[in-house]
Ligand binder design. Structure first.
Ligand code: PGA
Length: 249
């Protein structure tokens, strides 16, 4: 059985007042539902982890540095994230790959640091609109997966999020057939790399404009085990129905 997971990426949104959403979300969750992870901005990690204790909600960071420690002004290491009580970290989000020019090699190093610190890495991959229109989606996905995923990934250390860049924050969602195609492909690639057993156990998320209105349809795909949600994770009232749709899938 694969773990179902709903992760909320708050991006650069929210100050301490936003943590009240965690209480609302916790109150809306039933105990035996999917794993829920909230990834608030870094300054809120510690307070979020304290607040989430005993609720079943896990806390994650949105990025970590690829080095263990040192002269990297403004950056945050995986060990520092773990020290806040967080258990997950997103690496390789397209906004980091794009705005911070992170390469597959960087993402792979970050994932390895996350593992070393005892965190589960949520490794993001996804094609740009140009790639999709040029029919290069699966090549791009194969390359990102090969380059960004360290060797020996397991279900405990790794979650993969497929996020077509053109679907992030745009309200545009791929068709179910397009999602199925990419998720089946990712599972097959993982199987070549890690063996069938490990590949079958790793949680695959879809991300990009997931909303309460479209979540149930997306979760129909067999190899979609959850979602990485941006905008609709900021308010518990939007995120809770997405989690419910996942639980029912
Ligand atoms: P969105 O963002 O749900 O707002 O499209 C998803 C993401 O960037 O992870």
């Amino acid at each position: 059985m694969r773990r179902k997971l709903a992760a909320g990426n708050w991006k650069m949104n929210g100050t301490a007042a936003a943590l009240a959403e965690l209480d609302t979300l916790a109150a809306a969750l039933s105990g035996d539902g999917p794993q829920v992870v909230i990834c608030p901005p870094a300054p809120l990690l510690y307070r979020a982890a304290e607040k989430a204790k005993g609720t079943g909600i896990a806390i994650g960071a949105q990025d970590c540095h690829m080095q263990e420690a040192g002269a990297f002004t403004g950056d945050i290491s995986a060990a520092m994230i773990a020290d806040t009580g967080a258990r997950f970290v997103i690496v390789g989000h397209s906004e980091r790959r794009d705005a911070h020019e992170e390469s597959n090699r960087d993402v792979r190093a970050k994932a390895q640091r996350a593992w070393d610190a005892g965190l589960t890495a949520i490794i993001c991959i996804g094609e740009a609109l140009d790639d999709r229109e040029a029919d290069n989606t699966l090549d791009i996905i194969a390359g990102q997966l090969a380059g960004s995923l360290p060797d020996h990934a397991t279900a405990d250390t790794t979650v993969i999020a497929y996020e077509p860049i053109w679907a992030i924050g745009t309200g545009k969602v791929p068709t179910l057939a397009q999602i199925v195609e990419v998720h089946d492909f990712i599972r097959a690639e993982l199987s070549h790399r890690l063996g069938a057993e490990a590949a079958e156990s790793i949680t695959l998320l879809y991300g990009g404009s997931v909303k309460p209105e479209n979540a149930a349809e997306i979760f129909r795909a067999e190899n979609v085990d959850g979602a990485l949600v941006g905008g609709a994770s900021l308010k518990a009232a939007d995120f809770a129905p997405i989690i419910d749709a996942l639980a029912a899938s």
